[in-house]
Design a protein around this ligand. Sequence first.
Ligand SMILES: [Zn+2]
Length: 160
Amino acid sequence: MTDPGTDPSLSPDSSALLAPADEDLLRRAIALAARAVELGDAPYGSLLAGPDGTVLAEAHNTVRRDDDITAHPELKLARWAARELDAPTAARTTMYTSCEPCGMCGGGIVRSGLGRVVYALSTGQLVALHPASGAWPVVPRVGPALLGEARAPVEAYYRR
Ligand SMILES: [Zn+2]
């Protein structure tokens, strides 16, 4: 196992950029990651906090337990925020998460309207600790195609 104290890929540490209140909430997200491990799931935890630091919602990874590849805590919380928070509240809400959100969760976060994300481990740091975490294949994409046909339902929807 790589020693995070000596592995240069695990640097730099940007903790100096965080306010003490941010650090406390980030530690709570890391504790949720530890809880996920205790329950047999992958080591990721996240929470949402309002501008005064009030915790609005918490989640941890349940991919194994739920047999659901989308059960990342960041995506669960982004979906919760989109359902439960009005846009101004979402924009003042911060997600604290034990690891940098993956591409799937990043898309959900953007669409949720959340205002900020604070994470502990970067994706690069995660991959340095566990290389399989970065071993996702590139899926070939073919397109665009059939523009004339594909545009019809889009135009019909947005013409309404
Ligand atoms: Zn994710």
